[in-house]
Write a protein that binds this ligand. Structure first.
Ligand SMILES: [Zn+2]
Length: 273
């Protein structure tokens, strides 16, 4: 059950990444052939559109508009310089994608009551995932606001983000970045989170909250040798194949998606200790 589940996750990720991975790797390497580069139309047509209309890229990251998707595509196929230097932070136009110190200390969220009988389990898993980053530095503080759970959507301006259920076979959970507009700031969780084998729900949500803090997939770094996404990031620590932000199925070193000391160090580098 575990292996089939992991294989399913892997296949889903590969499906979203492989469509253009070859193209970007050859572009980065300066290869002369662009025959494998999909057109924007082909790329857009192959991109999964989520229940809320967002485009899901890199497995579990959401983009709100067609304009964002076009920019993402252009960065992907454009000229790139590979950083040589784990945890890495997303960059937008070269600047770190992070919360202000004030906001990082008060990242409020609601957990939708639409989780029904699983609501308490989601609350506990969110606490576990948030706790990983909060233990790394006192500068990061996630705050559950139960009073908002009954109206927990991206339209609720009383919280920074919402945690909502979704039914999809495309991913287990999905998140956003600090630069994401409010209408896209949610963590969506599929029921498969409860049957993900050695990936504990708290660790899966720890990974998603890593994105919410601005951290990118560790496996996009050249050292992984696979699962390349793009170069719009800045290294915070040396490469760590066991990072919680590294998919195990991308030559990862931690099969159970555990939080590492390198993740804590990276969080302190970005937000202070
Ligand atoms: Zn991810």
């Amino acid at each position: 059950m575990l292996s089939s589940r992991v294989h399913k996750i892997s296949a889903g990720v590969a499906c979203l990444v492989a469509a253009f991975a070859g193209a970007t790797v050859s572009t980065a390497a300066g290869a002369d052939s662009t025959a494998d580069v999909p057109s924007y139309q082909e790329f857009a047509a192959s991109t999964y559109v989520d229940v809320d209309g967002a485009y899901v890229v890199n497995g579990d990251e959401a983009l709100s508009t067609k304009g964002d998707l076009k920019k993402f595509y252009e960065r992907l196929v454009g000229p790139e310089s590979t950083p040589t230097d784990g945890l890495i932070v997303n960059t937008v136009n070269g600047a770190d994608d992070k919360w202000s110190a004030t906001q990082a200390a008060n990242l409020t969220y609601c957990v939708s009551t639409r989780f029904g009988t699983r609501h308490a389990d989601v609350v506990a898993a969110m606490n576990a995932g948030a706790g990983l980053w909060e233990a790394a530095t006192s500068k990061i503080n996630f705050v559950h606001v139960p009073a908002q759970d009954g109206k927990c959507t991206t339209r609720n301006n009383s919280v920074v983000f919402s945690v909502e259920p979704v039914a999809t076979s495309q991913y287990i959970a999905r998140a956003f970045f600090p630069s994401s507009p409010k209408r896209q700031r949610n963590v969506l969780i599929d029921d498969s989170i409860w049957t993900s084998g050695t990936w504990e729900p708290g660790d899966i949500l720890g990974h998603e909250l890593g994105h919410a803090l601005g951290f990118r997939h560790e496996h996009t770094r050249p050292e992984s040798g696979t699962c390349f996404e793009d170069n719009n990031w800045r290294p915070l620590t040396p490469y760590d194949s066991s990072s919680i932000m590294h998919y195990p199925q991308c030559n990862g070193g931690s099969a159970d998606l555990e939080f590492q000391s390198s993740d804590a160090a990276g969080a302190r580098t970005l937000y202070g200790s």
